[in-house]
Design a protein around this ligand. Sequence first.
Ligand code: XUL
Ligand code: CO
Length: 446
Amino acid sequence: MDEIFKDIPKIEYEGLESNNLLAFKHYNADEKVGNKTMAEHLRFSMAYWHTLVANGTDPFGNATMERPWNSLTDSMQRAELRAKAGFEFMSKLGINYFCFHDRDIAPEGNSLQESNKNLDYIVSLIEKLMEKTDIKLLWGTANLFSHPRYMHGAASSPNADVFAHAAAQVKKALEITSRLGGENYVFWGGREGYETLLNTDMALEQDNLARFFTMAVDYAEKIGFKGQFLLEPKPKEPTKHQYDYDVANVIAFLRKYGLEDYFKINIEANHALLAGHTFQHELHYARINQMLGSIDINQGDPLLGWDTDQFPTNLYATTLAMYEILKNGGIKPGGLNFDAKLRRPSFEPIDLAYGHLAGMDTFAYGLKVAHRLLEDNVLEDHLAERYKSYQSGIGLDIVEGNLDFEGLNEYALKNDQIINASGRQEMLESIINNYLIMGGVIWEKM
Ligand code: XUL
Ligand code: CO
């Protein structure tokens, strides 16, 4: 097959000694960290919409991205070239998974039938490309937010015809995800939320959303789709108040409707930030509730209040994220989906390589540091010490449910000289810094 991204070479691991900016310094796919290779830990996935569809438009200006398909006017030809380019790109970067929305891979037609026909054609091509490259589908999803019919939402639209149309779209998206061996299926809220309560029946909208998810679970079972269902929280944008606000909110929703056994959560770093949380908080909250399913690994900008979807370069954040994932026993069958796009002025195809490479190295580094932190029991030992009052005596009685308020009152009356210990936050932050620094500079010698 003719090379499409001629300026992008195959990216190899060369280590820290290398000056080659187009080589990995930390991500070494086959290198073991603990008992798994980096590729097995990290399960990187290319986001079709950002890497192959985003063109640099913003509310103030037109497309900037130079892409090989820009000169093609036929939308199906563009879709074909994008698919081929995407698999070439993933092969060159060593990315083993991809994710898509139905409308990323094939253009919407003039009718649902035509859209489905377009999808079938491109899915056949993608199937062949997957076979040839051994690249797999991490998750599929349906775009239920771009078309004007979804202006009021999809499953939460006040218009039942829209609910039906969205159902038909998800039915098809489930079929193609299943056909391509997708390991997960994602629902991100899209426009499932509201602008004003003055015109919104929130109770009905949320009940309908739950009905929609239940139908999706039933249909997946009917067609034998074995993938994991994921809900992706986001607090705002595009609607002022998205129904899937954050992890806590999604867990409450799933439990209310009896869906908690059928879904896990896909946590996006910048969505956490928009909800006023750290990425680690969201991962931790999901993990301790056995709901951590997969992650979208972009980063936001704390100075901007919107979803900037930048490539991840913050070592501190990736270390703490990988810490949670290691504590979770891994992320499989989920993975690390980029969901990141280039800045508008980074318009050349080679910038796609720099962006993904930076992200992969940043997460590989975070993985190594997190693994070392866990091996050395740095935080674990401190936690055990901090909570040791619950290991014996009155604390153990509380944990084991042996006491009530009266018993505790009796104890407190006799023991009212309380001695507290320092939380040592600054000491711990300093230790994390030392691990971060050691991880890169003298890693080999440790
Ligand atoms: C939107 C977002 C989506 C989902 C998939 O903010 O993150 O791209 O990941 O629909
Ligand atoms: Co996302």
